[in-house]
Write a protein that binds this ligand. Structure first.
Ligand code: R5P
Length: 296
């Protein structure tokens, strides 16, 4: 097996390669002055199974294009099978038509990946469990929940898991089962589709002791911070967050850092540059889970 990395999360690709006991294969990625890229494979791949690691945030479009070019270069160089490890799969929140006239962006991405020559996609904690149905190639859906469960066991006493919206019910139930059925609660969240503004109207379930918010991603941070404020008002002692994808758009690192959250746990599905890190942040790695999957 040969493993290649795009430019979006090389540290994760290096960790995966290390777990597999191999080196990353070399690629040349040249950026022209106008932003176009020229990609060249610098390894022999004829008849080889190749893996490309490239989560897509930020910038989703730039990272997807780079991935398509790497896959094309591998295919033209004779690779046998190509697996795209896209730990954070961009556009997954646009997996169906919400309002008449909208594009289904994820379906466009799925089509491009298939026609570009990808045989399998490996991704993490997808926004909806129905997403693999959109893909006409195999999509292996991995989860960071076992990694979170291991960490949560350390603070489990007097703890309630909290989903910040109805969409997270399945996730919270699975995690609760992993932790011997610890109690969970669900916040009633509403988001204005036009403005993105989040409002929260109460909680189903009892909140006492430590509250652990579990979500698939943190983008602007408004879901998590609004949930944390609500939980504190309802009497939670400490509020923690476990979210798989640190999308961290706009001012979210600052907002999260200044919030009343005790700690924010995320994974390294997306690389977090130094300027987006803050003292309350702890990053757990998904490298071992991906390496184990690749060995299968
Ligand atoms: C929503 O359905 C998702 O699970 C996340 O809660 C949401 O995407 C987070 O976005 P933000 O951080 O911008 O509130």
């Amino acid at each position: 097996m040969k493993i290649f990395s795009g430019t979006s999360n090389k540290p994760l690709a290096q960790k995966i390669a290390k777990k597999l006991g191999i080196d990353l294969s070399p690629l040349e990625i040249h950026i022209f002055p106008d932003g176009e890229k020229r990609v060249r494979v610098l390894d022999k791949v004829v008849g080889e199974d190749c893996v490309v690691v490239q989560p897509t945030s930020p910038d989703p479009d730039v990272n997807y294009m780079e991935l398509f070019f790497i896959v094309d270069a591998l295919r033209r160089s004779g690779a046998r099978r190509i697996k795209a490890v896209i730990p954070y799969l961009g556009y997954q929140r646009q997996d169906h038509v919400f309002r008449l006239g909208e594009a289904v962006s994820l379906e466009v991405i799925a089509t491009l990946l298939k026609w570009g020559g990808v045989d399998e996609v490996i991704s993490f904690d997808l926004h909806s469990i129905k997403i693999p149905e959109i893909f006409k190639i195999k999509l292996t859906h991995l989860s960071a929940l076992p990694i979170f469960a291991k960490e949560i066991k350390k603070v489990r006493n007097n703890t309630v898991l909290v989903s910040p919206d109805m969409g997270g019910i399945r996730r919270i139930k699975v995690l609760s089962e992993m932790l011997n059925n610890i109690p969970f609660a669900i916040i009633k969240k509403d988001r204005d589709l036009a403005t993105g503004k989040v409002t929260m109207n109460g909680i189903d379930g009892e909140v006492k002791g430590n509250a652990i918010i579990v979500d698939d991603m943190i983008s602007t941070g408004s879901t998590i911070v609004t949930a944390a404020n609500l939980l504190k008002n309802k009497g939670a002692k400490n509020v923690y967050v476990f979210a798989t994808h640190a999308v961290f758009s706009q001012d979210s690192p600052k907002i999260l850092g200044n919030s009343l959250l005790q700690k924010v746990f995320v994974t390294d599905t997306i690389d977090i540059p130094k300027e987006k890190q803050f003292p309350k942040l702890e990053v757990l790695s998904v490298a071992k889970t991906i390496a184990t999957q690749l060995k299968m």
